[in-house]
Design a protein around this ligand. Structure first.
Ligand code: MN
Ligand code: MN
Length: 461
């Protein structure tokens, strides 16, 4: 009878039991590269910068309109420094389709308001407006960094990076001491810390030789003026982002997990990058998209809804005499975005049989959405079948994923913006614990399987 069970039942395996020593070694090497990338890529702009630096080492060149590309050529296009598209030209004409993987490189964080500087009772602050789905109570009383750009009135762009270098100061948003928090502690988590209260402490020392009010504000503006040559008005045209000051570390005595800020979705972004770096002579043109603005709905010029993608693909199609609409119709896309991992500490929100689990591989989600699949891409059985075939031929271990129990909540990805373009698209990603927290967890084995999965899609014949 147990033989029949073996034949008929669907089984999943812990990757520790099925990966051989050689592959476990490759997994370790891959993950140490990923951890280095994560530390250098704490914002979308930094993620693009680091990706370009790596891509150039692998022979990728900036795309130039009008230049002729042939099979094997490696190109990239920076989307205003905040998103990135890379491609390796395939042997087949683009009218036969491209193999696309799309991840996002923006992560939940806290942005500065346009008039941010404020002094209150001799403490200077930056006022903020958070970005994406954060749980506000998690962002107080932790060390924070500041990254971004300030564009001065004359057009000069100043790069600001404070807190990443060990010699730098860092920042913090304060919280109440438990001794005086009895009222705050009675409030629900969602309202105990309010958006308008997420003020970043930036100084407490008044300017020497000054009088009257706002002497601390004056001092911090002096420091910024000296370091960056900026004045308060320059914040009007600035994009400054506050991110956790945590670097990636191995977690657990067995070192099986990686803790870090922004695994969502840089863990899939890096899988795509390393995969497109490692492929040689693909049949179909391989396209790697690192999009911005997913966390706020894929909007804006650098988000996946933007026609920047048509601009790039249209240029490539034009020089091959291919019709872009037919290219899209014949293309195949993995929307590579993280999924939630089953958390044994909070089992009540997940349905175990369908939820992704740490260490069980690439999490493929036929659908996302919430409450009756609302807003879901919902890949067809044919598309799921194609992924099954690709993964089984390339020994990619994968599992199903589902964002929580039915009617518990849900989520979305860039998948909808791609399927809207008549591209067969399916969601797949690395399972994450504590998603959207300042520090998230992923399993090394799953990271490696995501890399293998994306590579297999690029190399499908
Ligand atoms: Mn995501
Ligand atoms: Mn997210």
């Amino acid at each position: 009878m147990s033989d029949r069970k073996n034949e008929l039942f669907y089984k999943k395996h812990h990757l520790a039991d099925i990966m051989d020593a050689g592959e476990k070694q490759l997994c370790e090497e891959y993950c140490s590269k990923y951890m280095n990338y994560l530390d250098a890529a704490k914002t979308e702009r930094l993620a693009v910068k680091k990706a370009i630096e790596l891509a150039e080492k692998y022979g990728f060149k900036p795309f130039k309109y009008g230049e002729t590309y042939s099979a094997g050529d490696k190109i990239y296009k920076s989307v205003r420094g905040k998103a990135l598209i890379l491609a390796v030209i395939g042997k087949k004409n683009l009218e036969e389709g491209a193999h696309i993987c799309a991840a996002h490189i923006d992560s939940p964080r806290i942005d500065l308001k346009q008039v941010p500087v404020m002094e209150k009772d001799e403490v200077a602050y930056f006022k903020t407006h958070y970005y994406g789905g954060i749980r506000k109570y998690q962002w107080v009383a932790i060390p924070l960094e500041l990254h971004g750009v300030v564009v001065k009135k004359d057009g000069t762009v100043v790069d600001v990076n404070i807190g990443g270098d060990p010699a730098d100061p860092q920042f913090m948003i304060s919280d109440l001491l438990p001794h005086l928090a009895s009222k705050q502690s009675q409030q629900p988590l969602s309202t105990a810390i309010k958006g308008e209260d997420l003020n970043l402490i930036i100084g407490t020392i008044p300017a020497a030789d000054s009088e009257g009010t706002d002497r601390v504000k004056l001092n911090v503006l002096e420091i910024l003026n000296e370091k960056y040559g900026i004045v308060e008005e320059d914040f009007l045209s600035a994009e400054l982002e506050i991110v956790p000051a945590f670097n990636a570390r191995e977690i657990g005595l067995d070192r099986g997990l990686i803790g870090g800020y922004g695994h969502d979705d840089r863990v899939c972004a890096f899988a795509e990058l390393q995969a497109i770096f490692d492929i040689e002579d693909p049949e179909y043109t391989a396209v790697c998209i690192l999009a911005d603005k997913e966390e706020v709905g894929s909007t804006g010029i650098t988000g996946m809804g933007s026609e920047v993608f048509e601009c790039f693909m249209g240029d490539l199609c034009e020089q091959q005499g291919a019709n872009m609409y037919h290219c899209f119709e014949n293309s195949f896309c993995i929307s590579a975005d993280v999924t939630n991992a089953f958390d044994p500490s909070f089992p009540e929100v997940s349905e175990k049989q369908n939820n992704a689990k740490l260490n069980y591989g690439f999490g493929v989600m036929k659908f996302t959405g919430r409450a009756g699949k609302s807003g879901a891409n919902d890949a067809s059985a044919e598309v799921v079948g194609r992924v099954r075939k690709i993964f089984s031929e390339a020994n990619v271990v994968w599992q199903t994923g589902e964002i929580g129990k039915v009617d518990e909540g849900g989520g979305g990805t860039v998948a909808g913006t791609l399927s809207k373009r008549n591209i067969d698209t399916i969601d797949a990603g690395v399972p994450v614990i504590s998603m959207h927290a300042p520090y998230e967890l992923v399993a090394k084995f799953d990271c490696y399987m995501a890399y293998k999965g994306v590579k297999a899609v690029y190399m499908e014949k």
